[in-house]
Design a protein around this ligand. Structure first.
Ligand code: ATP
Ligand code: NAG
Ligand code: NAG
Ligand code: NAG
Ligand code: NAG
Ligand code: NAG
Ligand code: MG
Length: 506
């Protein structure tokens, strides 16, 4: 009996569930053209157009109500008759209310979302026919339940043991205890990411619901980062409070850009909104890297010349991938990071790096040659801001300037890392010698724009081939004239050609 149940569950999961998901997502891509009200800066005429739903949300932040309106892409709506992205928490006293609509153009402008109030149920709108495939799925589940209940009656003692795994959503799918081989996150990615953008949303939620938080590993400006456990694997969970909804939404959206996955970009696993009864938490789940950020790493450790070049190359490779425009149906828009710094780069176990924290990133819209600037109020980190960002001379409507300011920040990161090359100097952040610890915009403007200071390049670096090569690159990253700076691709190619074998033993 145990066997029968598991065959049914596994079979349900792998052969019915995934194709159903992928089929639905594909089918829905065909619909087009709903206009929605949008209060993001980037929306022309306060309007956006979508193949999905219009979105409205209200958040309560220190007594102030904040309303957000925008479009939500169809591929992010799942399951279609009750999309998670449109679901508010079930709590009575909540700080975030979300609703979606697609009944007419600009329908979200008429949604009146109040806090506190009962969460909106997604109306039984004209979506009835979408429900059919789900009814099918439910029938299978129902059959499972009936089967198991029938069996439970016959064997009352077994009920206690088995009912938990059947009815608790946390571990109902492919129960780990009985399967021959449970899929790891990597297995699931391999099955479902032909598009290179990530797991289907229902799978994301199912993973998110099974994660147990272990310990807190960091606290940034926009949330806490925890180490979590999922079926024995470590994952990193970034927890945003509901008032950071925009940052969470944006970061999840960027990570799910088609073809973004890359060995030097932090691996995205899932986004989910969780509700603990009084508070909605927004989760962003990514790969976990035990060595922490490059900042943590450089503070704790020194590097040899070979490792330094390997790290620098991996960062440049990640940035070049972000910046690259891949055309075609399986293409990827160019993305600029806008908050590149050593704290937003993580160190993998083989000491290559991945770039994370894409919450501020912007994408290049090739068709209109425009930039999709996110609505978050967040600005980059002052210390790493390029001179043209500091003095606001950058043309924010063009895309190239964003890439060039990323390259400036990359130059500073390379400098931080190079200082720790044996024989090392102590760790210092860039501009440690000319601005106070928590510099203001004015402090930075004075040092970088007016006094035109740049990090010092010690004379001893010239004696070491690796450091001499890096020093030359840095200088070419932080030119005042953005157009004179190297591109990430150029930096990557130059670093790839540094002869590692001739670096010697330092
Ligand atoms: N995937 C991860 N694996 C391991 N550690 C991580 C991961 N993501 C973040 N961390 C750790 O958590 C810390 C906090 O990250 P977070 O991005 O929230 O803040 P930050 O980068 O320090 O500052 P900011 O808010 O300016 O981005 C990082 O500095 C890093 O030490
Ligand atoms: C914005 O609205 C004006 C008129 O209201 C129209 O002429 C213009 O084309 C619109 N722009 C866009 C980008 O839709
Ligand atoms: C609801 O939340 C507010 C703050 O958001 C709090 O002041 C109030 O006491 C809460 N009410 C209940 C019934 O929990
Ligand atoms: C829910 O989370 C909030 C914030 O993390 C916490 O203050 C609150 O006590 C939690 N409530 C429950 C019921 O766990
Ligand atoms: C950290 O890096 C070292 C290499 O210096 C590696 O041996 C170790 O496994 C890494 N630790 C983690 C937790 O990834
Ligand atoms: C580091 O590990 C990744 C997999 O995590 C692998 O793809 C890459 O080739 C490795 N790089 C080096 C230099 O060993
Ligand atoms: Mg960060």
């Amino acid at each position: 009996m145990l066997l029968v149940k598991n065959v049914v569950m596994e079979d349900y999961y792998w052969s019915k569930y995934l194709p159903l998901l992928l089929g639905l997502v594909w089918r829905l891509d065909l619909a087009q053209g709903l206009k929605c009200f949008c209060n993001f800066e980037s929306c022309p005429n306060s309007t956006c157009e979508t193949d999905g739903y219009c979105y409205a949300s209200t958040t309560l932040d220190k007594g102030l109500l904040k309303h957000t309106y925008h479009c939500i892409e169809r591929k992010l709506l799942f399951p279609i008759e009750h999309p998670f992205r449109c679901a508010s928490s079930k709590a009575k006293n909540d700080s975030l209310v979300i609703q979606c609509c697609d009944s007419y153009d600009m329908c979200n402008r008429d949604l009146r979302l109040e806090i506190p109030r009962k969460p909106p149920e997604p109306g039984p709108s004209a979506m009835a026919w979408h429900v059919l495939p789900w009814l099918l799925g439910l029938t299978v589940l129902g059959a499972c339940a009936a089967l198991s209940l029938w069996w439970a009656r016959r064997a009352p003692k077994a009920l206690k043991r088995e009912s938990r795994s059947l009815f608790a959503p946390e571990d109902s799918f492919c129960d780990t205890r009985h399967s021959l081989k449970t899929p790891t996150i990597q297995d699931m990615m391999d099955v479902s990411t032909g598009s290179g953008s990530g797991l289907p949303l229902l799978v994301q939620r199912s993973i998110a619901r099974q994660i147990q938080l272990a310990d807190i590993i960091g606290k940034g400006r926009f949330g806490e980062v925890w180490r979590g456990r999922w079926r024995g694997e470590n994952v990193a969970v970034k927890i945003f409070s509901s008032r950071e909804e925009c940052s969470w939404f944006r970061e999840a959206e960027i990570y799910q850009t088609v073809m973004l996955r890359h060995e030097n970009i932090l691996g995205f696993i899932a986004a989910d909104n969780k509700d603990n009864g009084t508070w909605t938490q927004l989760w962003l789940i990514t790969d976990y890297h035990g060595n922490g950020s490059l900042f943590d790493f450089l503070n704790a450790r020194t590097v040899d010349a070979r490792t330094l070049i390997k790290m620098a190359l991996s960062i440049a490779t990640g940035l070049a991938h972000l910046h690259m425009d891949i055309v075609g149906t399986k293409g990827k828009p160019a993305i600029a990071h806008r908050d590149l710094k050593s704290k937003n780069i993580l160190v993998k176990s083989n000491l290559t790096c991945v770039i994370g924290d894409l919450g501020l990133a912007v994408r290049h819209n090739v068709a209109g040659d425009s930039v999709d600037v996110p609505s978050t109020n967040r600005v980059g980190t002052k210390r790493y801001m390029a001179p043209e960002v500091l003095d606001e001379s950058m043309d924010a409507r063009q895309f190239d300037p964003y890439k060039r300011s990323d390259v400036y920040s990359l130059g500073l990161v390379l400098w931080e890392a190079a200082r720790r090359c044996e024989p090392p100097d102590d760790y210092q952040p860039p501009y440690h010698d000319c601005v106070p610890p928590d510099p203001s915009l004015d402090d930075m403007r004075r040092a970088v724009c007016q006094e035109r200071r740049r990090p010092a390049l010690p004379a001893r670096w010239q004696a070491q081939p690796a450091l001499a090569a890096l020093a030359k690159l840095m200088k070419e990253c932080w030119y005042e004239n953005p157009a004179a700076r190297l591109t990430a691709l150029r930096i990557k190619k130059t670093l790839a050609n540094v002869p590692l074998d001739e670096l010697g033993r330092t």
